[in-house]
Write a protein that binds this ligand. Structure first.
Ligand code: PLP
Length: 389
């Protein structure tokens, strides 16, 4: 087995050793129920409060209790959407973008099937959000505008503050799925005017299976998970203390990385990879908005070949990347994101997402740049599409 070169950090990241260390005591020594009356369990409440503070600070929340812990960002997204539509009983219009993660698109489709009027805002060929379309379709019947902060596949960053402002002009709530932005770029809920925001620990070196939903104080909110009184009646279920502690620690570490130049180093490596590919391989195309993109992501289409075949060959060298998002790979359809961007068929099928992290090294990038050109050459020699060139 060759050394693993992990360039699939938008799918998930390694849980940082310091995060694991912070979590461990809560599995074994401090296993009490945080909602218990006794001191043994009750002291875990302090651990949860500390984590809530770390997350609140990290995303610029005004109050710690604006953070609700969840089991994942999928739950955060589902909760935000469900709460918004149930809070506005008389408003039956909701808006999202065509390039969201399924955690947002699927609840929207369900609501559409229930009779909600839904608008899916499109993007241009660089994956840029169509603000003009939003302005045209929004009205005072709109309950919710839910638009992701950064795209998981291309890394393109949306103009979230402008979108929030337009939503508020019409009295709609604004939710953002910030899963791919948090930890990669500064995220400040107050600066952008978000009413609700979803995040997930495993995308920034925290554990899988824990997330958070920010709900601005004063926002209409109805819980999704009902049962016990945990999280001030906003999310029932025994608090997952070790994972919540892990999320808090991951937030603290990510804040440091954003401040100490790590992000700039990652962007540098990403640019080296991208430029190296553009310089050595013909018929390639970068998907996304190079001017507004998270620093760790590049999505590159290799014309006339299948992304899946590229991934298989890369895998032989221990190189992990992704074609489309982790959820859509496995199907041979080009991803909904690339289709919304109208990437031509012969390019959309050969798209690979490389997503770096602070653990990526110069050597990793050199190995990819050494191994990739012969792989592409070989695949093009046997590709039935190459004759359409
Ligand atoms: N939203 C976006 C943009 C994502 O990229 C992901 C994960 O890939 C999710 C939501 C779902 O996150 P989780 O795995 O925590 O449910």
């Amino acid at each position: 087995m060759p050394k693993v070169i992990y360039l699939d950090n938008n799918a998930t990241t390694q849980c940082a050793p310091a995060v694991v260390e912070a979590m461990l005591p809560y599995f074994t020594e401090q296993y009490g129920n945080a909602s218990s009356m006794h001191t043994f369990g009750g002291q875990n409440r302090h651990a949860i409060d500390a984590a809530r503070h770390q997350v609140a600070q990290f995303i610029g929340a005004e109050y710690d209790d604006e953070i609700i812990f969840t089991a994942c960002a999928t739950e955060s997204d589902n909760t935000a959407i469900s709460s918004a539509v149930r809070s506005f009983k008389n408003k039956k219009h909701i808006i999202t973008s065509a390039v969201e993660h399924p955690a947002v698109l699927e609840p929207f489709k369900q609501l559409e099937a229930q009779g909600y009027r839904v608008d899916y805002i499109g993007v241009d060929e660089k994956g840029r959000f169509d603000l003009e379309q939003l302005k045209k379709v929004i009205d005072d019947q709109t309950a919710l505008v839910s638009v992701m902060w950064a795209n998981s596949e291309t890394g393109t960053i949306f103009p979230i503050a402008q979108i929030a402002q337009i939503a508020h002009q019409y009295g709609a709530l604004f939710h953002t799925d910030a899963v791919q932005a948090v930890g990669k770029i500064p995220v400040d809920v107050q600066a952008v005017g978000a009413d609700m925001l979803s995040l997930s620990a495993h995308k920034f070196h925290g554990p899988k299976g824990v997330g958070a939903l920010y709900v601005k104080r004063g926002t209409r909110f109805l819980p999704f998970m009902v049962g016990g009184h945990q999280e001030k009646h906003r999310r029932a279920g025994t608090e997952n203390v070790p994972y919540i502690v892990g999320l808090g620690k991951a937030a603290e570490l990510a804040a440091k990385r954003l401040a100490d130049g790590t992000t700039a180093r990652i962007a540098n490596l990403r640019d080296t990879l991208e430029q190296g590919i553009l310089n050595t391989i013909s018929d390639v195309k970068v998907n996304g908005d190079p001017e507004h993109r998270v620093p760790n992501t590049t999505n590159i289409s290799f014309g006339y070949i299948e992304g899946e075949s590229i991934l298989m060959y890369l895998n032989d060298f221990g190189i992990c990347a992704s074609s489309g998002s982790a959820c859509t790979s496995g199907s041979l359809e080009p991803s909904h994101v690339l289709r919304a961007m109208k990437v031509p068929f012969e390019f959309a099928h050969g798209s690979i997402r490389f997503s770096l992290s602070d653990q990526t090294t110069k050597e990793d990038i050199e190995i990819v740049l050494r191994e990739l050109p012969p792989i592409i050459k070989r695949l093009r020699e046997i590709s039935p599409f190459a004759r359409f060139k």
